[in-house]
Ligand binder design. Structure first.
Ligand code: FAD
Length: 415
C-alpha cells in the first residue's frame, strides 16, 4: 500500500473502533480520538444486545485486545478535536486532551479509591448511582486506568489520595495538553445521546417512576444502581405493571422528526428482561408501528408469545401521577377509542439524537436538518454509525467497515 498520511477517527464507540481497526489492519496509521476516559461508547451501557441477547462486553473485549495489539493505532482518550483546518493534502487538526490527573502508571489497584470519601454521580450509570471521585470508570474499562474528578475533591483530600498511590500515577498539577497533527482523511463516528426525558413532560418525564429506555438497561445490569434488580425508583419495590411507551418523542415534529430505528427492538428486549426477572408482572408495550426488520423479527415473535406480555397498537398521549400509580391516556387504534390504562413503572422509548447536533466543528462539513453528519468525499470526511443515521450495532459495524474503506481511498487520493 502507498504511504499516506494517517487517518483520524473521531469517537471510539463500536463504529469508531471498527473503522480504526479495519483501516489499521489494512496498513494505515490511525489516531482514534475519544472524549470519554475509556472506549466503547453507548453499547457498553446496554445490559444485553439484541438480537442474540448476549452482554456487549465479550465483543468489546475482543475489539480492545485488537486495539492493544495494533501498533498502527494511537488511542487518545479524554480528548477532543479543538480545531480543524482543511489543507491541500487533507486536514490539519488540533487535538486537546483533558488534564491526566491519573497517568498510565496506574495499575488500577484501587488504593487511592480506598482513601477517597467524596462521592459524585456515576456518569457510566447515567447518574443513577453514586461513585467515588477517583475510580475505574466501569468494570471493563479500557484503558484500565482510574479517572479522577479532581474538581469534586478539596485540596486536603486530593493530597491524601495522591499519597495513597505507590506507583506515582496521580499528578494533581496535570494540565490540559494539545497537539497539532496532519491527516489524510477523517472518519466521524461521534454517535448519539438519548433524547432528554425532561423534554417529555406530557409523557411524565420527570416523574420518579417514569424512566427512559437507557435507564432500564442500567437497572437490568448487575453493574447498575440496583445490581441488576428491576425496581421502581420511587420506593425500591419491584413493579407489578410495566408500560413501554414507544415513539416517546420520536416521529414527532415537536421533538425528534425521525424514527430511531432501534427503540422497538430495545423495548421488546427489555420486556424480556422484565418477564424473566418478574414473571408475575404485567407488561404492555404501546406502539404505533412495530419495527423489527430482518432477523430481528425473531425477537418480536419471541416476545409476542410470552405470557404476561401484551403488545397493543396504541399511541400514548399523556402520562400522569395518580394516588395509586401512573395513568396513561392511550389512543386504542384497533378499537378506535381513547382509553385510560394503569402502570406502576413506565419506560419511555426515547430516541437517539446525534452528538454532532450542537457541535460546530469545521470537520462536520455537511449535516442534515436533524444534525446527522453526511459524507463529504471532496473534503475527505466519511461518517460511520449513529453519527450518520440511527441504527443498531450490526448496521453500525457494517457502516464503519465501509467508512474505513472510503477513508483509505480518500487519503490515497491526497497522497
Ligand atoms: C435503549 C437502547 C438500547 C439499545 N440496545 C441495542 C441492542 O441491544 N442491540 C443493538 O444492536 N443496538 C442497540 N442499541 C443501538 C446502539 O446503542 C447503537 O447502534 C450504537 O451505540 C452505535 O454506536 P456508535 O459507535 O455509532 O455510537 P456511540 O455508541 O454513541 O459511540 C460514539 C462515541 O463517540 C464519542 N464522542 C462523541 N463526540 C465526540 C467528540 N466530539 N470527540 C471525541 N469523541 C466523541 C462518545 O463518547 C462515544 O464513545 C440500543 C439503543 C438504545 C437507545
Amino acid at each position: 500500500m502507498r504511504e499516506t498520511k494517517p487517518l483520524l477517527v473521531i469517537g471510539a464507540g463500536i463504529a469508531g473502533i471498527t473503522a480504526a481497526l479495519e483501516a489499521a489492519e489494512a496498513g494505515a496509521k490511525v489516531v482514534l480520538v475519544e472524549s470519554e476516559p475509556s472506549v466503547g461508547g453507548r453499547v457498553l451501557r446496554v445490559h444485553n444486545y439484541f438480537p442474540k441477547m448476549c452482554p456487549p462486553t465479550c465483543g468489546m473485549e475482543i475489539n480492545t485486545r485488537r486495539l492493544e495489539k495494533n501498533p498502527r493505532i494511537r488511542v487518545l482518550t479524554s480528548s477532543k478535536v479543538a480545531s480543524a483546518e482543511q489543507t491541500e493534502g487533507g486536514w490539519k487538526v488540533t487535538i486537546a486532551s483533558a488534564p491526566a490527573f491519573v497517568n498510565d502508571k496506574c495499575t488500577a489497584c484501587g488504593d487511592c479509591e480506598k482513601v477517597c470519601t467524596t462521592e459524585v454521580d456515576d456518569p457510566f450509570n447515567l447518574g443513577m448511582k453514586k461513585v467515588k471521585a477517583i475510580r475505574l470508570p466501569h468494570l471493563t474499562a479500557w484503558p484500565k486506568r482510574f479517572v479522577f474528578d479532581r474538581a469534586a475533591c478539596a485540596d486536603d483530600e486530593a493530597k491524601k489520595i495522591a499519597e495513597a498511590c505507590t506507583y506515582g500515577a496521580i499528578d494533581l498539577d496535570a494540565a490540559e495538553t494539545s497537539e497539532s497533527l496532519e491527516f489524510g482523511s477523517v472518519v466521524v463516528a461521534t454517535g448519539w445521546q438519548p433524547y432528554p426525558l425532561e423534554k417529555l413532560d406530557e409523557l411524565g418525564g420527570g416523574l420518579p417512576d417514569v424512566i427512559a429506555n437507557v435507564q432500564m438497561e442500567r437497572l437490568a445490569s448487575v453493574a447498575g444502581p440496583t445490581e441488576g434488580k428491576i425496581l421502581k425508583p420511587s420506593n425500591g419495590e419491584p413493579p407489578t405493571k410495566v408500560a413501554f411507551v414507544q415513539c416517546a418523542g420520536s416521529r414527532d415534529v415537536n421533538h425528534l422528526n425521525y424514527c430511531s430505528g432501534v427503540c422497538c427492538l430495545a423495548s421488546l428486549k427489555q420486556a424480556i428482561y422484565v418477564n424473566e426477572q418478574l414473571p408475575e408482572a404485567e407488561v404492555t408495550m404501546y406502539y404505533i408501528d412495530r419495527r423489527a426488520p430482518g432477523r430481528n423479527e425473531d425477537v418480536l415473535l419471541r416476545v409476542a408469545e410470552l405470557e404476561g406480555v401484551k403488545l397493543m397498537k396504541g399511541k400514548v398521549g399523556r402520562v400522569e401521577q395518580t394516588d395509586t400509580g401512573l395513568k396513561l391516556r392511550v389512543e386504542d387504534v384497533e378499537n378506535e377509542k381513547l382509553i385510560d390504562a394503569e402502570a406502576d413503572l413506565v419506560v419511555l422509548a426515547t430516541g437517539m439524537r446525534p452528538n454532532a447536533l450542537e457541535d460546530d466543528l469545521a470537520l462536520f462539513t455537511r449535516k442534515d436538518d436533524d444534525g446527522f453528519v453526511l459524507d463529504d468525499d471532496e473534503a475527505g470526511v466519511t461518517v460511520a454509525g449513529v453519527a450518520r443515521r440511527p441504527e443498531d450495532v450490526a448496521a453500525s459495524v457494517r457502516d464503519a467497515t465501509g467508512a474505513a474503506a472510503r477513508a483509505l481511498v480518500a487519503a490515497g487520493r491526497r497522497a
